[in-house]
Design a protein around this ligand. Structure first.
Ligand code: PMV
Length: 343
């Protein structure tokens, strides 16, 4: 096999968070989650596939055109995990070259977009499923999940649900599925502006953070709350109750960080400016009554989510009251939704 395939894949932001893994499998979520893809924050990945030269398959990985051998062990683990469903990987050498369209060191996790793009390109390289069909995307989502759980959700333009839930019969722990029902107009055109309050490395990785849920005193209650929140959020996406949407999304962000702060050992990824941005958003929302809220990933940066129909007023708020809290005034804006693309 001699092929070169390029995919670009969006990152995503969870509205109901995946935090904690189920036992008895690889990278299975303890609770279901749902996310919006971020069409303007992407990884673009080119995979060159060649018949293997040596006895074992060989991997070369480049980031932004430069060899990144330090990433290769993690990607090799990923390739081993997906080989049972992509057996051709046992017979080929791979050269994988990836780049993100957002700055490195912005403190933005790129693993969801990166593993999403790699999974799409590898499933395409196998050449069995027709690209963009449901079966193709499901297999790519399955593979992406084995790289990074949240990456499973990045292959869909529609809001993506990952993890079994009574609220959505098609959902699975093995792969994400798109929520294809009509979304109310008041929740269908939101934008994410990510305030980069701290571009440093996280003190605790997500992998270690997930593992701390194993012995966490509040784990079962948290998993139950996430399931309830997902159930309600799906109703809200249909009905357009923006106030409930905001309450669920902000509570999810704070619960995620509350779990970190109450893990043993405990830790904290929020920084003083994280809290300042949150306070400003609350105050602005009280004053303006506009549809705006925040969420957080496993990091200090604040995702400001808002209805893009109010772009002008909210841009003014960001410029005048939030940028002072951003490192070098940096923030990244993205529409929500957006599909992966074959290039
Ligand atoms: O995909 P991972 O293992 O990096 O976990 C990410 C978990 C959160 O980003 C904190 C939440 C989520 O659902 O994306």
């Amino acid at each position: 096999m001699n092929k070169t395939i390029t995919y670009s894949c969006p990152s995503n932001i969870a509205l109901v968070k995946y935090w904690g893994k189920k036992e008895g499998g690889i990278q299975l979520p303890a609770n279901a989650s749902i996310s919006w893809s971020l069409s303007d924050l992407r990884a673009t990945t080119t995979i060159q596939v060649q018949p293997k030269e040596g006895e074992n398959p060989r991997l070369t990985f480049l980031l932004d055109g430069n060899p990144k051998p330090s990433f290769e062990p993690k990607i090799n683990d990923f390739l081993k995990r997906i080989q049972p469903v992509l057996p051709f990987l046992g017979e080929v050498d791979l050269r994988i070259s990836s780049q993100n369209n957002f700055p490195h060191g912005a403190g933005i996790a790129s693993s969801a977009a990166g593993f999403g793009a790699m999974a799409l390109a590898l499933v395409d390289a196998e050449g069995i499923l027709e690209p963009h069909t449901d079966a193709f995307l499901q297999k790519a989502s399955y593979c992406a999940r084995l790289g990074s759980g949240s990456a499973s959700r990045s292959v869909y333009a529609a809001p993506a649900i990952w993890g079994q839930t009574k609220a959505f019969a098609a959902a699975s722990d093995e792969y994400a599925v798109p929520f294809t029902e009509p979304i109310h107009a008041d929740l269908s055109q939101w934008t994410d502006a990510v305030m980069i309050v701290d571009s440093g490395e996280k003190s605790v990785s997500s992998t270690d953070g997930h593992a701390l849920l194993g012995e966490h005193a509040y784990a079962q209650a948290r998993f139950q709350q996430a399931q309830n929140n997902l159930n309600e959020l799906l109703q809200v996406l249909r009905s357009g109750e923006v106030a409930r949407f905001i309450a669920i999304v902000e509570s999810e962000a704070l619960q995620l960080h509350a779990m970190m702060m109450s893990s043993i050992p405990y830790y904290m990824l929020m920084r003083p400016h994280t809290l300042s941005v949150i306070q400003e958003i609350w105050q602005f929302r009280r004053e303006s009554q506009l549809p705006i809220c925040f969420t957080l990933d496993a990091g200090a940066n604040v995702h400001v989510l808002y209805d893009s129909r109010y772009q002008a007023q909210i841009q003014n708020f960001i410029d005048s009251r939030l940028l002072v809290y951003c490192q070098n005034g940096l923030y990244l804006r993205s529409a929500t939704g957006g599909s992966p693309e074959k290039r």
